[in-house]
Design a protein around this ligand. Structure first.
Ligand code: B12
Length: 213
């Protein structure tokens, strides 16, 4: 079986102990980290989501698959490091309060870093006051707010409102993302932009900072 298919199947099977070796083999075969994410890992986790939705998988299975996915990303991370020494902008990112999903956010962080941004990742379940404290401390150009649950989408709005109330709204550009998010929602809650995936996040970030595409 082709290595990319093997990685995809490995994520679906949640065999996290074998993941690192497979990802290393793909890198040795000349696959780029980007290809591995798009053509193998994302396909695998999408299938996990599908099985979860139709009750073929339950939470314990999804958790082992997520662990395999996180292991794969950790293996890829050093291969993503940018050659550029100077930063083209500063990006602060976190998953909203009440939301524990971080796989997509971590991919966004890695791609932004690889594209020359300095990234501060606040992790998961981030309260609005923590976003505010960190904006004051790090003075980022951009703030990314991730949400994966329809239930936690309103927390994106609350976070933006809190940033406004703290008098910091005009100091940062705000991008929102996550599977249930779209441009309409981004407009409704007053974000500066929405990106469907990590590659688009890099593109939109550059546009927002006037750096072109
Ligand atoms: C893995 C997973 C989990 C793992 C998360 C582990 C982890 N470390 O992240 C665990 C097991 C913990 C989990 C828990 C739950 N989950 Co879950 N989970 C998923 C699953 C299968 C995959 C998510 C994922 O990683 N996708 C892959 C990444 C690469 O995609 P992504 O996150 O969308 O990110 C991309 C873009 O969205 C974008 N992006 C992401 N963030 C940002 C931020 C910015 C700023 C930008 C610009 C872009 C951007 O770029 C990313 C890269 O391309 C999805 C199904 C799915 N297909 O989404 C369900 C899913 C999200 N979960 C779901 C549910 C219901 C739950 C639980 C409530 C289950 C329960 N009964 O307890 C809990 C909630 C826990 C909590 N409080 O957060 C539902 C949500 C339904 C809904 N509409 O609200 C989904 C859709 C499954 C389903 N089909 O029902 N889950």
């Amino acid at each position: 079986m082709d290595i990319m298919k093997q990685i995809e199947e490995n994520i679906i099977a949640g065999k996290f102990k074998e993941t690192e070796g497979l990802v290393k083999t793909a890198l040795e075969q000349g696959k780029s980290p980007n290809e591995i994410i798009t053509d193998a890992l994302s396909k695998g986790i999408d299938e996990v989501g599908r099985r979860f939705k139709c009750d073929e998988y339950f939470l314990p299975e999804v958790m082992t698959c997520a662990r395999a996915m996180s292991t794969a990303l950790a293996t890829l991370k050093p291969h993503f490091t940018t050659e550029k020494k100077t930063t083209i902008g500063t990006f602060l990112i976190g998953t909203v309060e009440g939301d524990l999903h971080d796989i997509g956010k971590n991919i966004v962080s890695m791609m932004m870093e690889a594209s020359g941004f300095t990234v501060y990742d606040l992790g998961i379940d981030v309260k609005p006051e923590v976003f505010i404290r960190e904006i004051r401390e790090k003075s980022p150009d951009l703030v990314g707010i991730s949400a994966l649950l329809t239930m936690t989408m309103p927390a994106q709005r609350d976070t933006i409102k809190a940033i406004e109330a703290a008098g910091l709204r005009d100091k940062v550009k705000i991008l929102v993302g996550g599977a249930p998010i779209d441009q309409r929602w981004a407009d409704e809650i007053g974000a500066d932009g929405y990106a469907e995936d990590a590659v688009e996040c890099v593109e939109k970030s550059k546009v927002l900072l006037g750096l072109g595409r």
